[in-house]
Design a protein around this ligand. Sequence first.
Ligand code: 13P
Length: 244
Amino acid sequence: MRQLIAGNWKMNGLSEEAAAIVGPLRRGADGLACDLLVCPPFTQIFTVAHILVGSPVAVGGQDCHPNEKGAHTGDISAAMLRDAGASWVILGHSERRQDHHETDALIQAKTHAAVAAGLAPIVCVGETAAQRVAGDQNKVVGGQLAGSLPPGFSGVVAYEPVWAIGTGKTATEADVAAMHLFIRETLVMQLGQAGEGVRILYGGSVRPANAGSLLAVPHVGGALVGGASLKAEEFLGIAKAAKA
Ligand code: 13P
């Protein structure tokens, strides 16, 4: 399966900045061996999707509400993301688990809503530094997978150790290999044969310089990139390191 290189812009990207990232991506995306996805903030989805019409670069949101519609001031539904031009959505990112106290049950409901609206979900999991020091990483990630993925899940899982996000610290190749194997085994236990086909992304300080070695680790199906996705050249540099 082709690797997926996904850019999570987080709360970055005014109109001019968005166009400055996406224009070069559009020109540089042809002939890549991987799938490419950008997830701008809500306010830029429509514009970015418009710029990327006819290109192989897909567009996604960074969150959605679990309900279809209704009295939820300030929230955005999965159907609204679709309507704006998104075909993917990131769910359960650690920053949302922390900042918005999102629980596994809520993330499962959002995942269900996303799939029902025709969006492909990327469900994020990952342990904190304290949890890893305590040796609890498998317990934490296993619990997140059990709680966040609906029965019959089809989509992508992203492993993002919280301590590697935006810190410049990446997990070692051995740690990534061990965790991705654990996630694969857990997915097969939860989903049966379908668990074999789920792409498992690594996220946390991925850069062009370390992308090649991280993307070569078994069971790494791509990368979820934060900071480096805000510069087209760096994001394309990571994409070029992806395996066919
Ligand atoms: P950085 O690549 O900036 O560490 O962010 C990773 C991330 O959180 C992507 O979702």
